[in-house]
Design a protein around this ligand. Structure first.
Ligand code: NAD
Length: 285
């Protein structure tokens, strides 16, 4: 039996990968509307969190506080040997605590953050970076293989989150850099639509120019399913990690500061790609 807890942009899409022939997955969210949508998808929706038990539990939650609020009551009802695969992006320190809590109850907790967005979650093509016990990962693998095409066991507890924070610090920085550099082009008389075809075949390219710009910025759709607020959380977590381990950040810290500095122009509930668009349009932190 599988359960998914946290049915937002990512969790609901992952749940969609797990419904189908066979025993329906269980699903839970604080939001009654999300629970109703999960039931309409074909999931079993118990009345309480305590009913959302199984051998593999997938979490997709917005903060450390939310995972903490779910994990403690869940561990008191999970069968021994159950594996909690937490796909949320959280601090490596926090997830090590969660793994110890799970081990004390005879269960396993894997940090299993993902990249690929809501579209990747819906298609089952996420990249998953896992920290924790290899045997627990092997046990959860049949479920996780339905969510992700690339699952990499990075190392012990917390290592998956380190990989995810390094990745997202690059994403956050690359968006700021792309916005600023393309603005330079505009001011010098060459617009993004003339620059990007050549840059995307040259060495200045990044996912920001190859994927984000055409799909969500130039198209004007801004519907990636990832909010600026969640990216701000990830940037804060990456800066906190850098401080904790004594890794100096200079260029990335300046780019990271743009995320908070432009909070008025790009509020937390806006699509995260709006930040690059605002910078292109002249916003400065
Ligand atoms: P979201 O805000 O859309 O969804 C979070 C869901 O969790 C909401 O439905 C909320 O009601 C629910 N929730 C909050 N507290 C809860 C609790 N105590 N019990 C049960 N449900 C609770 O967020 P999202 O975009 O789906 O992201 C989820 C996680 O995945 C975050 O940690 C995010 O950083 C990470 N992530 C998101 C993306 C993306 O593209 N959206 C990509 C990779 C990783």
């Amino acid at each position: 039996m599988v359960a998914v807890i946290g049915l937002g942009n990512m969790g609901m899409a992952m749940l969609g990968r797990l419904v189908g022939p066979g025993t329906p997955p269980r699903a839970h969210d604080l939001d009654a509307g999300k629970r109703a949508a999960a039931a309409a998808l074909g999931a079993e929706v118990p009345d309480t969190l305590a009913g959302a038990v199984g051998e593999v539990i997938v979490l997709s939650l917005p903060s450390e506080a939310a995972t903490a609020a779910v994990l403690a009551p869940l561990l008191s009802v999970l069968p021994p040997g159950a594996v909690v695969a937490d796909t949320s992006t959280l601090s490596p320190v926090a997830v090590r605590g969660f793994a110890e809590q799970a081990a004390a109850r005879g269960c396993a907790y894997l940090d299993a953050p993902v990249s690929g967005g809501a579209a990747g979650a819906a298609a089952g093509t996420l990249a998953m970076m896992v920290g924790g016990d290899a045997a627990a990962l092997a046990a959860a693998r049949p479920v996780l293989d339905r969510l992700a095409t690339r699952i990499v066991h990075i190392g012990g507890s917390g290592a998956g989150q380190v990989a995810k924070l390094v990745n997202n610090l690059m994403v956050a920085t690359n968006l700021v850099v792309a916005g600023e550099a393309l603005r330079l082009g505009v001011r010098a008389g060459v617009p993004p639509e003339a620059l990007l075809p050549v840059i995307n075949g040259a060495t200045g390219r990044s996912a920001a120019t190859e994927v984000n710009w055409p799909r969500w910025i130039a198209s004007g759709t801004f519907d990636s399913g990832f909010t600026a607020g969640l990216m701000r959380k990830d940037v804060r977590l990456a800066l906190g990690l850098a401080e904790a381990v004594g890794a100096p950040l200079d260029a990335t810290a300046r780019a990271a500061a743009a995320w908070d500095g432009l909070a008025a122009a790009v509020p937390d509930d806006a699509d995260f790609n709006r930040l690059a668009a605002a910078i292109l349009d002249g916003a400065t932190p």
